[in-house]
Design a protein around this ligand. Sequence first.
Ligand code: PLP
Length: 393
Amino acid sequence: MNVPLLDLGPTLEEQRQEIIEKVIEVVESTRYIQGPEVEGLEEEMCSYCNVAGAVGVSSGTDALLVSLMALGVGPGDLVLTTPYSFFATMGVIIRLGAIPVFADIDPVSFNIDPLRVAEVLADDSARKIKAIIPVHLYGQCADMSPIVELAEQYGIAVIEDAAQAIGAEAVYSSNGEKEWKKAGSMGLAGCFSFFPSKNLGAIGDGGMVVSRDEKFSDRVRLLRNHGGEPKYYHSVVGGNFRLDPIQAAVLRIKLRRLEQWHRQRRQNAENYNALFAEKQALNSIPVSTPEAVYGNCNGDNDLKRNYHIYNQYIIRVERRDELRSWLQQQQIATEIYYPLGLHQQKCLTDIFTPPPMAQTEKAAEETLALPIYPGLTPDMQEYVVKSIAQFYR
Ligand SMILES: *Cc1c(COP(=O)(O)O)cnc(C)c1O
């Protein structure tokens, strides 16, 4: 049996005709820059995330870049982030001449650990840290309440890298009030990616910056189009960070199915968990399944505080690289997100040597992503788990 890591076919099939007709409609409209589809998606994302403003941009990377530009991050500034993420999270910091500093991850959620964040902020006596970028890795929210509280205490902005977590939710507490909040709506701003492999994927590149602060959204909107306001008068330097209307039009169609796809991914995750538990009961295998740290349920129960959308289903294993080759031989595709901490990347270590990050370095040796996409069949999942158990037998 051949099991790909990701197959976009099944979800395309659900909306194939509608998407093709819409693309033709945009082509025929001759509105190729900005326009009603982009604005429509921005409005829909505002209500989906329950935020004041949303600005469509060219990619998730540009969403992060333009957000830091809107904060005025520049040479000599520090930006605090997690060492365990996709490169873009750190790349945007360096591109602005700023320097990344890291707080290690929590080993269960793989997300930035608020206790480490507190330590790093306490050490920053020169007050050079201008922003914090927590990442909601794999589709599960970082522990945002303490992070935002710390940031407020130090007067620092929080920009959420929610590229993998559109629609993820967590119970968020501020000023003694608890409420359900969507990823991207807890910090000052949230950055989404519509890269095709994300839960809401375009047919090319795209991204979005959402914010609870309308003024911040206005600033991002200005910078998205070279900072020209009025047109051809530039008091600030921005860039071309615009979202393509064809992408926006397709995303609006796909947004209507997003909750359903989240549920399918969650169902697949539950299936894997049950299959692994079954194997474990027979014969211990050195595999730990992902835990939704706050309980993995969107019920009202206080202990169940996280709605994981499983952009990735990540297991921790022994002899990871050998297992991966074995699975490849069984025609099962897997991936390693990520084999190296950001603090270990050569482009950074050529400039300076950040301190070691023990939890990140361990995770980089042990994590493995299994196929989790909507349309993955129970047969395929059984085959994947059986093949893993076979390897350790
Ligand atoms: C995908 C991703 C990005 C970048 O998004 P692009 O749309 O590919 O530019 C940034 N951060 C994280 C954590 C991501 O997974």
